[in-house]
Design a protein around this ligand. Structure first.
Ligand code: HEC
Length: 233
């Protein structure tokens, strides 16, 4: 085996190892940001629906406080204070106790310097109207990060797969699966934002994306550790 071939195999195996753990971390992160969206700890298609499309029967503030932001509250009394304020019309008169809770529990993240400020009455009032899901602005930013980030990973892992000795048709299949499922995944977020019925497509395309990472990593490892001498080319 030439030095270059050995180097390529070591490089591929290590890269695939890091990507493998990176993928597990990404799935864990998605679980933590989404699984409480509907208030129930299980991660279901309903969480995806609410995350992107919103819950028109609730306000954004109420949805998040029953969902992913619930752990930031100290106790049920705080939750009740805010929910009563929302139910009572979210008016300026009753805002002071709510402001104190937000100040203590939320503003270290939700300030004007970071994301979705919750400092003034005006800030908070905007989240106390009907929940229409993820803002277009946030969706655009998430899509741009995702397409560039995952797109580059598809490129790098795809290149390593292209270099292995597995059959041509498998290479093409894995590479195409990576790029296409990434596009489908991001596209399905926008579709779900518009129509909640597409939440199932988010799950499906996410699974296809996972299949790409699994198959790509397997192909690279197989080539590095198990394939016979025919890898020499
Ligand atoms: C550790 C940082 C942090 C703290 C503390 C925090 N949040 Fe959040 N908040 C986030 C992140 C990150 C998101 C985006 C992910 C999500 O929607 O679950 C978010 C999303 C939200 C959203 C939706 C914003 C949007 O435009 O989609 C609301 C409303 C919200 N939080 C309210 C609260 C409230 C109320 C508290 C205090 C009880 C709180 N948050 C505490 C980090 C934080």
């Amino acid at each position: 085996m030439s030095e270059w071939t050995r180097l390529r195999k070591i490089f591929g195996a290590l890269f695939a190892l890091v990507i493998g753990f990176g993928y597990i971390a990404a799935v864990t992160n998605t679980y933590f940001t989404m699984h409480l969206a509907d208030g129930d700890p299980a991660m279901t298609v309903n969480d995806i629906r609410i995350h992107f499309h919103g819950d028109p029967s609730k306000t954004l503030l109420a949805t998040k406080l029953h969902g992913s932001m619930r752990p930031n509250l100290k106790d049920d009394t705080q939750l009740r204070t805010i929910m009563n304020w929302i139910a009572g019309g979210a008016d300026r008169g009753g805002f002071e106790p709510v402001r104190q809770i937000l100040q203590a529990q939320c503003v270290r993240c939700h300030n004007a310097g970071f994301f979705r400020p919750l400092e003034t009455f005006e800030d908070v009032a905007k989240t106390a109207t009907v929940d229409t899901g993820m803002t277009w602005e946030r969706l655009a930013r998430l899509s741009h990060e995702h397409l560039f980030g995952i797109g580059l990973l598809c490129f790098a892992l795809g290149l390593l797969v292209a270099w292995t000795s597995i059959k041509f048709k498998y290479k093409v299949g894995i590479i195409a699966l990576g790029f296409l499922s990434t596009l489908l995944d991001t596209g399905s977020w926008w579709l779900t934002r518009i129509n909640p019925a597409y939440a199932l497509l988010v799950m499906l395309s996410g699974a296809l994306n996972g299949l790409f990472f699994g198959a790509g990593i397997f192909a690279v490892w197989y080539d590095a550790f198990l394939a016979r001498g025919e890898t020499e080319k």
